[in-house]
Design a protein. Structure first.
Length: 257
């Protein structure tokens, strides 16, 4: 099959990049694939279109990269975000540069509450620096969010995911993206113990297992998305009881306050 793909692609002037071809699979002892007498390497993880592709600890690694890149973007805009500009200008720059970097690829995430909270903590730390507020000032995070007048990263992540879910549900004909998203292997059972969070679990909990019928109506699905986004603003406010003011290694700011 791989050799057929290479041959047919060559007929229209397309070539396979041999330095980037990899095999990522969850099958034990997969069959080796050879193209032009070269064996394709089997890897445990791979970076594709800026995202980590893996079957183990995918989101922990991906979110760590997202938070680190968001900090780099924040400090790249420090002249504006920490300068003597109006708060309206700072908020506009923050929402258009930092938030998109932190939520890149969020449409396909299936993350837990703990992982989502880490994103909120990162955003809260950025907003404190943007407003020149220190922890010793004892200003509640509710007041910080109100002063910054910016959308929470929780809202951005959930809105992107629900918007993408509605897009899949309204596809007139099934495509690869929807077929792979909703495919369920009927010949296998999930392993014992607490299962991993699946992409549809959060949507099923919010809108029920018939959410695809609701999503086909744009206006109704828009109301569902807006209602869940408002709920998300409260979720970002609540601090973690085990880690209220400390930073993880990837959340420490790379520059001084």
């Amino acid at each position: 099959m791989a050799e057929d793909l290479r041959r047919e692609s060559g007929k229209v002037g397309l070539t396979i990049n041999f330095s980037k071809r990899k095999i990522l699979t969850n099958i034990d002892n997969p069959e080796l694939i050879t193209v032009e007498q070269e064996t394709v390497e089997i890897v445990q993880e791979y970076k594709y279109l800026g995202q980590i592709m893996s079957f183990k600890n995918k989101y922990e690694k991906e979110l760590k990269i997202r938070r680190a890149n968001a900090w780099h973007t924040f400090w790249a805009q420090k002249i504006i975000l920490r300068g003597k500009f109006s708060q309206k200008t700072k908020t506009k720059i923050f929402n258009s540069t930092v938030i998109p970097v932190m939520t890149y690829g969020a449409q396909t995430w299936a993350i837990t509450k703990k992982q989502t909270h880490k994103l909120c903590v990162t955003q809260n730390n950025m907003l404190r620096r943007m407003l020149q507020i220190k922890l010793k000032d004892h200003i509640p995070i509710q007041d910080v969010l109100q002063q910054a007048n910016t959308k929470s990263v929780y809202t951005a992540v959930k809105s992107l995911k629900l918007g993408y879910a509605g897009h899949l549900a309204r596809e007139p004909e099934p495509k690869w993206c929807s077929l792979l998203t909703f495919w369920v292997p009927h010949d296998r059972r999930r392993r014992r113990g607490r299962p991993y969070t699946r992409w549809t679990d959060e949507i099923n909990k919010l809108a029920g297992y018939s959410w695809k019928n609701k999503a086909r109506n744009r206006q109704e699905w828009k109301r569902v998305t807006e209602a869940y986004a408002r709920k998300g603003n409260r979720s970002c406010v609540q601090p973690s009881p085990t880690n209220r003011s400390s930073y993880s290694a990837d959340e420490r700011p790379s520059q001084g306050i």
